[in-house]
Design a protein around this ligand. Sequence first.
Ligand code: BES
Ligand code: ZN
Length: 585
Amino acid sequence: MRIDPHSYTDDRHAHVRSLAWEARVDFPTRTLLATATLHFDEPSSGALDLDTRALHITRVTDDRGAAVPFELHAAEDILGSRLSLSLPDSTRSVSIEYRTAPDASALQWLDPAQTAGGKHPYLFSQCQAIHARSVVPLQDTPQRRITFTAALTVPSALRGLMAAAFDGREERGDVAVERWHMPQPIAPYLFAFAVGELASRELGARSRVWAEPSVVDGAAWEFAEVDGMLAAGESLFGPYAWDRFDILVMPPSFPYGGMENPRLTFVTPTLLAGDRSQVRVIAHELAHAWSGNLVTNAHAGHFWLNEGWTRYAELRMVEVLEGQDTAALVAAICRKDLDETVARFLAEGHGGLTRLRTHLEGIDPDEAFSVVPYDKGELFLRAIETAVGRERFDRFARRYLETFRFGAVTTEAFLEFTERELPGVLASVDAPRWIDGEGMPDNAPTARSARLDAVIAMGDALPDAGTRLSTTEWNLWLERLPRPQPPAYCASLDERFGFTSTGNMEVKVAWLRLALASAYDPVLPEVSRVLGAVGRMKYLVPLYSALLARPETQRLARETFERNAAGYHPIARAVVRGRIERAST
Ligand code: BES
Ligand code: ZN
């Protein structure tokens, strides 16, 4: 039987336990020439279905060197192509020789012009949610964890990095072979690597930051507080299980704020605001070391167990590092975004996506992605915390992580565990309403703080020119401002506070959204500049949506997309294209 709506993995088939991966990175053809050797947990025989997408398979052999019959089925839209192997009796491992497609959905191949240095090409992977299969044929479900070894052959001018432990580099003329291993079993969506011109700086005993040479010093300054975050994480959730916590600052086209690849978190360069105001993204990715990487969701329908727990932990860490005042501001920003998202889903007939437990059969997880699992999930956990008190909740959280360590959890398993550990609490917070109900329950807790009250009290009056607010406060104030605002108001705001030219992307994008919703057109050149300069979906999607919402700016949206699409990450490109196509029907 299939165990995950987004994978061909069948529970009657062999379990892949570990992967030995050898890959040559070929920039001219944008392909990986690779061999994946899959080791089973016990000698196996018969059918084995693997996930693949756009892989060209050349040969499959068993551990005795004999050819293994295989069939690569026609591609399905979301899942990709099922690769069916027929394992001979007592097969311990199979080796699959293959190459990836130049448009592999997990990979972005960048021209030198798309990097900060401008001299060398760059390659990176992004496998969550279901893109690992476009890089390695495997059982691409979080319910099948693997350890791995890897040998990556890269041009000798470049450096490869993997979310794994480094074993060494060997120069071989114009290429170099770099070796890695991952001792802790990971879900396939956490398989990750990057190749480019990279340098590093030490941040602490367990962490360093990697980036292109021109960016690395700024990055080291921005993330200097990482040791304090590790300490905050460990004090909440127990010892850090992944040995190292390194950070890789990606090129601007990286489609996410951050990605919690184990041992090596990938982050967008838009975090380099020069004011350490975006460290909560690091706190979030670090929190995944526990919620997600140690205890993951069994499939995309239970995604809230990953992101809801992680948002909860992120806010707890912000509270430890920056105080309850700031944590309440962040919570208010999240709540605003959640309410808007829920309202939009309900209005568009996608009420199902406002539940915590979702039904995503036939739906691409990238399309279903939203803040609902993050923030509705966080508020559900917060409601439980409020009901039982923080001390009991913290003990419960630790027991949860211990119980499901290196496992994959369903919502049902979470509920059963919670009922056992905290009898009665689910009924007292009306859990079914949170889990399977649409929209927001009215018992959602609200964070309060003096600074939050002060920002709310500012209302929509034009702030005095001397007003000084933190990034988080501006962000919240701008998000809460009713729209449209008159052009003269927008002009004065920008004149006083220089939002159009700020280097802080959170503030800038909050401002640009307000301006676009107010039809304040002087910002249009900056909007199209931003859309060409960054690929973070959190910025692309709202800006494109705002342009598409007005007939006068729809053409600009289309033209901007045409001009920049080739530089966007394949996932971002597909998501934005979807918005554009829906807007024109
Ligand atoms: N794991 C996610 C990113 C992700 C989710 C990638 C789903 C692919 C599919 C990561 O931990 C995340 O949530 N990043 C956020 C930052 C955060 C502070 C909420 C982001 O990218 O904005
Ligand atoms: Zn996350």
